[in-house]
Design a protein. Structure first.
Length: 156
């Protein structure tokens, strides 16, 4: 596969994996590392695709602040699911509302996956984090993650 084709496929796969949880970008990075050749291009494109997808979640949360929570509250009268979501979302939102903890939270989430980056993306959108700060931290973390996954496979 040419490097341009590899970049386009990896970009699309990264975007899809950011929005559809069963599409696994980490597995793609490992396979790209085994194939060698264009592993660096695949890592860069995966990172860009993932960041673009997470930016979609970020922007949806930023422009739809409060609507999703209201709909979920109306659907779930028992409150168990809302309490479970609040356990993750509220501390993350608190961390993201403070300037000194926002970027490290996004970076750690993008690199390690804890807390889940999808949750952090939505919480960052509602917390008012700047788009470029979120995108930069997310991209850096994703590139580190995918490079660490592809490198051992490429060296083997």
């Amino acid at each position: 596969m040419s490097s341009l084709a590899e970049a386009v496929v990896a970009l699309g796969y990264g975007l899809a994996s950011a929005l559809v949880p069963i599409v696994n970008a980490e597995a793609y990075a490992v396979v790209a590392g085994h194939r060698g050749g264009h592993a660096l291009i695949a890592v860069l494109a995966l990172g860009l695709g993932q960041t673009a997808g997470k930016l979609l979640l970020f922007e949806a949360a930023r422009h739809g602040t409060g609507r999703l929570a209201q709909k979920l509250a109306q659907r779930n009268r028992s409150g168990r699911a809302a309490a479970r979501a609040a356990r993750w979302a509220e501390p993350i939102r608190r961390w993201l509302s403070r300037r000194r903890t926002a970027l490290p939270t996004v970076l750690v989430s993008a690199t390690l996956g804890v807390p889940p980056l999808a949750v952090v993306s939505v919480a960052a959108g509602t917390a008012g984090l700047r788009r470029w700060e979120f995108a930069g931290s997310c991209l850096l973390g994703r590139l580190i993650r995918f490079a660490l996954l592809a490198l051992p496979a490429a060296l083997a």
